[in-house]
Write a protein that binds this ligand. Structure first.
Ligand code: GLN
Length: 192
């Protein structure tokens, strides 16, 4: 049975856990889901979700714990949402610890000014999805191997590279579990 861990360092962890459980039930996939905090716990997972929150704080704790190292060593699938998207990227406009799993340059608080937070229906995976953006980042450039999954006003808000996924918005704050279902299936594909 696959194991999906929600990184429990800061941010909307419980919401991701609930959404992952709901998604699994929907697609009838048996998996173990749990909150994880240490490198040892992360190393036993097939997939990890890094929630929204404050990317500087989460990134620092990831490095201190050596979690980035076990993710690489074990080739664990990772999905980062919002702050998590910043952390899985390779570059940002600010000096902060990143894991660098996806070749992209991310702009923090990219939708600044009066639009720091907003809701907008986006197109992703061939369908519409309710995007909740909270001081969201966007990627202003991506590498050749990075697949762009969604944009808002030409700004890249969802990408995928290998077994790593990043979304600038928060699917865990909606009732729609399709992106969680997508990630669970990706994790399964990596294991099989
Ligand atoms: N702006 C935050 C950061 O830079 C991310 C916000 C969020 O995760 N909702 O870390």
């Amino acid at each position: 049975m696959i194991k999906i861990g929600i990184l429990n360092l800061q941010g909307d962890v419980q919401e991701h856990l609930d959404a992952t459980n709901k998604a699994m039930a929907k697609i009838k996939i048996q998996a173990k889901t749990l909150k994880v905090e240490t490198a040892e716990e992360v190393s036993k997972c097939n997939g990890i979700i890094i929630s929204g929150g404050e990317s500087t704080v989460i990134g620092k704790l990831i490095k201190e714990e050596g979690i980035d190292q076990v993710i690489r060593e074990n080739n664990i699938a990772v999905w980062g949402t919002c702050a998590g998207m910043i952390i899985v990227g390779r570059k940002t406009d600010y000096q902060q610890p990143l894991i660098g799993l996806i070749d992209m340059n991310v702009k923090r608080n990219g939708f600044g000014g009066q639009k720091l937070s907003f809701e907008k229906e986006i197109e992703i995976l061939g369908d519409k999805f309710p995007g909740i953006f909270i001081r969201a980042p966007y990627a202003h450039s991506v590498g050749d191997k990075t697949e762009i999954l969604a944009r808002v006003n030409d700004r890249i808000v969802a990408v995928r590279e290998g077994n790593c996924l990043a979304t600038a918005f928060h699917p865990e704050l909606t009732k729609d579990t399709r992106i969680h279902e997508y990630f669970i299936k990706e994790v399964l594909n990596c294991v099989e």
